[in-house]
Design a protein around this ligand. Sequence first.
Ligand SMILES: Cc1cc2nc3c(=O)[nH]c(=O)nc-3n(C[C@H](O)[C@H](O)[C@H](O)COP(=O)(O)OP(=O)(O)OC[C@H]3O[C@@H](n4cnc5c(N)ncnc54)[C@H](O)[C@@H]3O)c2cc1C
Length: 445
Amino acid sequence: MASPKIIIIGSGLSGLSLSLSLSNLLPAASIKIYEVRPSTHPSTSGTINLTPNGLRVLDHLGVYKSLIPQGFNFDNLTMLNHQLDVLASIPIAGISEFEYQSLRIERRLVHSALLQKVQEKSQVEIIYDSKCESVEESDAAVTVRFTNGTSATGDILIACDGIHSVVRKSFVKDPKDFEPKYTGQISIGGTITKSQIQEYNVKNTPYPIMMFGPEAGTGANFMIWPYNRAGDQFTFFTTLSKPEEEENWNGFADKQNLKSIMQETFHAEDSPWNEMVKKTVELSDVEGYRFWPFYLHSIPEKFYSEKARMIMIGDAAHAMPPSGGQGAAMAFEDAETLAYTLAAGFASNPGESGLNTPQGLEVLSKWSDHRIARMRTIQELNKRMSDMRKGSTGSTSGVMFTVKVWVIWLLGLLGVLGRTRRAINNYDARKEAMGWLAEGAIQAS
Ligand SMILES: Cc1cc2nc3c(=O)[nH]c(=O)nc-3n(C[C@H](O)[C@H](O)[C@H](O)COP(=O)(O)OP(=O)(O)OC[C@H]3O[C@@H](n4cnc5c(N)ncnc54)[C@H](O)[C@@H]3O)c2cc1C
């Protein structure tokens, strides 16, 4: 039985889910996760949406069922124009068609459920307050150095250190080409309760709601999304165009400033927006405001290093724009498919400490090619969603806006948006991995 020493950098959603899948498939492996954050604050905040493809992985890990009562479970997303007219009701998920509903939930709850499972595994250890500074691979091992002066050596290292990955820099010939680049979009959001705004939902439209406005200058989109089981706690957010990148985004740390931007955008005297949006902004508590600038980086040709001792997954490999709502789901897909790949790779390399053999490289390259192809598909969808949220910049006549509204309506009518969702939701990471790996090899591990 293979007993590799595996190092994971980062205990975010990809790092934790990977360690769980690996511990199930490689029970003799030793897994050490190094995390820059302190153990007292292991997760970032905010809410995320998880679609069936991501939830399926969490189900395989025995985590999903505990999350159902902690978040908002739903099937459809209602798209409206800025005057509350329905454009389309998009099937996002649903048990009969996709086995799972979609789940909007606080990110820290997903993180905490994964962490709890990891803590039950004696072969997995998390070392906090450890910031990876550099990594280096040789024919025999991989070594990671931390800013606190310590180092660690293992057989395989998996980069799960997010969009600003330090490890990614050592994969690629010219690290500058793979630096995160600002996309020119930011997101600002806050929280509100149903009881505060329901009277302004005059058509009693079911939540979650995605609204499209006429001009970028007056807000091009506005989302209202429940995130608890009862559906009475809402997060609201918008994606705004902001072409200039700020050096440190310090001005956006001020929550009052964030609320003011939202008021100027959606609540100006001549604002075309409906009362529900205006009241959401007006009544929202300043303390609930959050801000994210969107960054992306180029996807490398392959997700593993020259000597196959370093591999990357999640945002470290392929950050996704948050507007597509697929980043975490992709991280989970990566993690599960990679765990099966490593299990098969080690099983086909008895006596070897790594995967730098023809058999090892074969499974690894199949995994990498497959994941890159999947990324491209998802990126295309994300781009479509992101384009829809942009305003009809430059148009004051409203013609472009009318066209956009009709396109959304037509796509909904023709079921095109629903079909695209099926391509995302029906992905079963375990089945996919089985598709390119010899099942016998995995069981032999
Ligand atoms: C505003 C916003 C909304 C989003 N909404 C959704 C959504 O609705 N649905 C969805 O699926 N996805 C969403 N995403 C994307 C999703 O959050 C990410 O894709 C996902 O968290 C990626 O997981 P990860 O583990 O790869 O990276 P991360 O979550 O970034 O985790 C990286 C971990 O590595 C640690 N780390 C970083 N550097 C180092 C270092 N040098 N040494 C040691 N440790 C290190 C970090 O502290 C962190 O714990 C959203 C993202 C944003 C910003």
